[in-house]
Design a protein around this ligand. Structure first.
Ligand code: HAM
Length: 429
């Protein structure tokens, strides 16, 4: 391991890339707020047994992808996903006593020791959401609709919504047993991974990419045969609501998802296949009506999703380079630096992103830098301007130049930027 290189599968986001990240994160925050979600922030480290219990012993995540370690007497894991921690917090703080329905969202890094490839990393970011206390299917449909709106708002092409029902906590064990009975006689024809899954998690055999497993899966029992009447009604109602909202979707009977906690509705949204190839699952989620009670809480139904921000960044329509600042103060001569810094401070107090060229140099070199930083207006302060108590204001887009009174310079710049439609970075959509 090279100590002077980032850990494999973990990436730096450099300042020239972070503007795109902030755009997508900002769009997610706004969408989530529009749907009544509030942010929860949980620790990156949780007790290892939390994930074993919530995500499931036989899952890829728990079996081989967790970054776990012992610290003194504590078994700790870097969170591989956000739902287990959110539910832990929901139960620990007895949130259901205070409100019947809670809509939470989160954004941040998750850690899985997977083989890195395009769009799949060992540290990746998720934007996730969980709704506690609503048995659906109205909120199931609304969650999927919200995700489609969010993906469209950032320009992800070729969206595909896949839905399925995995049944309730009562139906799943029956399906599991039927699958076991079906695959047991053909065990030797399965991949090594699936032979192991046969005992731990036979559902995963169905979504295996290995051709041996796909061949062996032909004619396997389907989940649909095991759904109860209530499960079927929930799923049919969800589909009706999606139709009513105009959300195009497809039922994928093979969809099972890789985590153990799901019940009834599960879904995945894919997109931008041309850019992402096989790793085009932008988000996955579903209902987990049993988990709150399993982790020691009351019987509260829940549904959630996790969207991979790294993939969304690849999938989204790139936006042109964003300006670093709107205004640029150019001091000419030694005595101008102090007044230039004071003027820059005045502009910033009005919310105008400003850079003062603290290195000085010729006007030509300063204008070049102002251009590179994307500034619209340059405020030139030379000995002459200071003597006459004025500032030379140069519009880099319109190429016009004029003298304005020093004391009104900040107000004039604010008006010009507002008139030209320039928006403050932190407010920009
Ligand atoms: P998940 O399907 O494991 O679900 O992950 C959700 C999304 O995170 C994936 O669709 C993908 O976009 C992204 N993702 C997963 N692993 C990686 C990786 N190694 N590199 C880059 N992106 C990745 C969950 O995590 C559940 N907690 C979702 C959920 C919330 N279900 C209910 N509530």
């Amino acid at each position: 391991m090279d100590p002077l290189r980032a850990v494999k599968g973990m990436n730096d986001v450099l300042p020239h890339e972070s503007a795109q990240w902030q755009r997508v994160e900002g769009s997610f925050r706004r969408t989530a707020a529009l749907y009544g979600f509030r942010e929860v922030r949980t620790p990156f480290l949780e007790p290892t047994p939390l994930f074993v219990r919530a995500v499931g012993e036989g899952t890829d995540i728990v079996e081989k992808e967790m970054y776990s370690f012992r610290h003194h007497d504590d078994e700790l894991t870097l969170r591989p996903e956000g739902t287990a921690g959110a539910v832990r917090a929901y139960v620990e703080h007895k949130v259901s006593n205070a409100e019947p329905v809670s809509r939470w969202y989160y954004m941040g890094p998750m850690f899985r020791a997977e083989r890195p490839q395009r769009g799949r990393y060992r540290q990746f970011s998720q934007a996730g959401g969980e709704i506690f206390g609503d048995p659906g299917p109205g909120c199931d449909a609304e969650m999927i609709d919200m995700l489609v709106s969010f993906f469209k708002s950032i320009g992800v092409p070729d969206l595909e919504v896949l839905v399925n029902s995995i049944g309730s906590a009562e139906t799943r064990p029956k399906f599991r047993d039927a699958l076991k009975a079906f695959f047991e006689p053909k065990k030797s024809a399965l991949s090594e991974d699936s032979q192991r899954r046969l005992d731990t998690n036979p559902l995963r055999i169905l979504d295996s990419k290995d051709p041996r497993d796909q061949e062996a899966s032909k004619g396997a029992p389907t989940l649909q045969e095991f759904l109860s009447d209530e499960d079927k009604k929930h799923f049919a109602d969800l589909r009706k609501l999606l139709d009513a909202l105009g959300v195009e979707h497809r039922v994928d009977e093979k969809l099972v998802r890789g985590l153990d906690y799901y019940t009834r509705t599960i879904f995945e949204i894919k997109g931008a296949k041309a850019k992402l190839g096989a790793g085009d699952t932008l988000c996955g989620g579903g209902r987990y009506d049993g988990m709150v009670a399993d982790l020691g809480g009351p019987k509260v139904p829940a549904i959630g999703f996790g969207a991979g921000l790294d993939r969304l960044l690849i999938a989204a329509e790139p936006q042109g380079a964003e300006a670093v600042v709107d205004a640029f103060v150019a001091p000419l001569g030694e005595n101008a630096l102090g007044p230039a810094l004071a003027l820059a401070r005045e502009l910033r107090a009005r919310g105008i992103a400003t850079e003062a060229d603290t290195r000085g140099g010729s006007l030509k070199s300063q204008l070049r830098r102002a251009n590179a930083q994307g500034a619209r207006l340059v405020l030139i302060l030379g000995e002459g301007e200071i003597g006459r108590n004025v500032v030379t204001l140069k519009d880099l887009a319109g190429h016009a130049q004029e003298e304005v009174p020093r004391d009104h310079a900040a107000a004039i710049v604010a008006d010009r930027l507002a008139a030209s439609g320039a928006v403050r970075k932190e407010e920009a959509p």
